[in-house]
Design a protein around this ligand. Structure first.
Ligand code: NAI
Length: 331
C-alpha cells in the first residue's frame, strides 16, 4: 500500500477527482489517499490557498495527484501551481501528447512529448508598476535550471526510445535569456550523440505544429513557451480534456492534468476526467503499480474507442458519472 497526497482542487477539480478515485479503487490500486485541500475554498479558513500542510504532505509521501486549482487573475494570491512547483523544486513539467483511437482530430500520428522548465522565466513573478501607465515583468533564465531541464529532456529521450530533441526558444530576440537556454541545451546535447539535436524558434514551431506535427518528438522549452505550446499540442490530440501532465523533481513528483479548473462548467457533471485519469495512470507507473496502470489504460482506451459514452468536449453527451461508470465496467 502506498500513501499518496491527493489535492482535489476547486472548480471541476472535485468532480473529476471523484471519478478518478472510483476508477482506481475499482481497478484495485494499492493506494491510501492523504487528502489535502487547497485553492480558493481554503483561503477564508486558512488565509492562504496553499497551506504549509500541503507541501509537508507531499514532501513526506514524495508523490501527489493533483486536480486543478483556480488562480484569480490580476491582484491577489500567487498561483498555487507556481508556488507548489517552486517550493518542491519540481523543475520538469512533462506533457506527453499522443493521438488516442476514437478521438477524431484534424491531425494524425501526433506522438510528441513536451518538457517544460517549471521554476523560472516570467513565472518568477518579479513584476512592478513603474508608473500608472507602465508595468514591468522580469524574465529570469539561469544556467543551472537550463542545464538540468535539457538533461532531463535528453535522459527522457534516451530511456523512452525517442530519436530527436528540439530546443525551442526566441533567441533571435531574447538574445541573453533565450540565448543562455539554447547554449545550455547545446552543451547537454553533446553528451547524447545517439539523440539528434535540433533547434527551432517558438513562432516557427507553432506554425509547423499545426501543419506537420508528426515531425516532432521531444520538445524542451523555457517555462512560458512550454505553457503555451502544451495547450496548442493538447488541441492537436482532441483538447484539454485528455491532456495529461506531471511535475517532476529530484525528491517529489506531482501528477496533474494540463487543464485548469474550468469554472464555466463547474458542478454540471459534464467535465471530462480523462486528463486526470491519464495523469493518475502515469503516477501508478511511477510508483511501480504497472499492471493496474495497464488495466485502467486498456479500459479507458476501450471506452474512448467505443465512442458511446463520450463527454461533451469530445463531441458526446455522456455525463462525468456515466463516462466513469462505463470505464469501470470495461475494467
Ligand atoms: P481551463 O483549462 O480551466 O479551461 C479552458 C476551456 O477548456 C474551458 O472552456 C473549459 O470548460 C474547458 N475544459 C478544461 N478542462 C476540461 C475538462 N476536463 N473537461 C471538459 N472541458 C474542459 O482554462 P482557464 O479557463 O484559462 O483557467 C481557469 C482557471 O484554472 C484559472 O484560474 C487558471 O489559473 C487555472 N488553471 C489551473 C491549472 C492547474 O491547476 N494546474 C492549469 C491551468 C489553469
Amino acid at each position: 500500500m502506498q500513501t499518496v497526497t491527493l489535492i482535489p482542487g476547486d472548480g471541476i477539480g472535485p468532480e473529476i477527482t471523484d471519478s478518478v478515485i472510483q476508477i482506481l479503487k475499482a481497478a484495485g490500486a494499492q493506494i491510501e489517499w492523504e487528502i489535502q485541500t487547497a485553492g480558493s475554498d481554503v483561503i477564508e479558513t486558512e488565509g492562504t490557498p496553499l497551506p504549509e500542510r500541503v507541501i509537508e504532505s507531499i514532501k513526506k509521501n514524495k508523490v501527489a495527484l493533483k486536480a486543478p486549482v483556480t488562480t484569480p487573475i490580476g491582484k491577489g494570491f500567487r498561483s498555487v501551481n507556481v508556488q507548489l512547483r517552486k517550493s518542491l523544486d519540481l523543475y520538469a513539467n512533462l506533457r506527453p501528447c499522443k493521438n488516442i483511437a476514437g478521438i477524431k482530430t484534424k491531425f494524425e500520428n501526433v506522438d510528441l512529448v513536451i518538457v517544460r522548465e517549471n521554476t523560472e522565466d516570467l513565472y518568477a513573478g518579479i513584476e512592478r508598476q513603474i508608473d500608472e501607465d507602465t508595468a514591468e515583468s522580469i524574465k529570469i533564465i539561469t544556467r543551472k535550471a537550463s542545464l538540468r531541464i535539457a538533461e532531463f529532456a535528453f535522459e527522457y529521450a534516451l530511456k523512452n526510445n525517442r530519436k530527436t530533441v528540439h530546443a525551442v526558444s526566441k533567441a533571435n530576440i531574447c538574445k541573453l535569456t533565450d540565448g543562455l537556454f539554447l547554449n545550455c541545451s547545446r552543451e547537454i546535447s553533446q553528451k547524447y550523440p545517439q539523440i539528434e539535436y535540433k533547434e527551432i524558434l517558438v513562432d516557427n514551431l507553432c506554425m509547423q505544429l499545426v501543419q506537420k506535427p508528426e515531425q516532432f518528438d521531444v520538445l524542451v522549452l523555457p517555462n512560458l513557451y512550454g505553457d503555451i505550446v502544451s495547450d496548442l499540442c493538447a488541441g492537436l490530440i482532441g483538447g484539454l480534456g485528455i491532456a495529461q501532465g506531471a511535475n517532476i523533481g529530484l525528491n517529489a513528483a506531482v501528477f496533474e492534468p494540463v487543464h485548469g479548473s474550468a469554472p464555466d462548467i463547474k458542478g454540471q457533471n459534464k467535465a471530462n476526467p480523462t486528463a486526470l485519469l491519464l495523469s493518475a495512470i502515469e503516477m501508478l507507473k511511477y510508483i511501480n503499480q504497472k499492471d493496474i496502470a495497464q488495466k485502467i489504460e486498456n479500459a479507458l482506451f476501450k471506452t474512448l474507442k467505443e465512442g458511446r459514452f463520450l463527454t461533451a468536449d469530445l463531441g458526446g453527451s455522456a455525463t462525468t458519472l456515466e463516462y466513469t461508470k462505463q470505464i469501470i465496467s470495461n475494467l
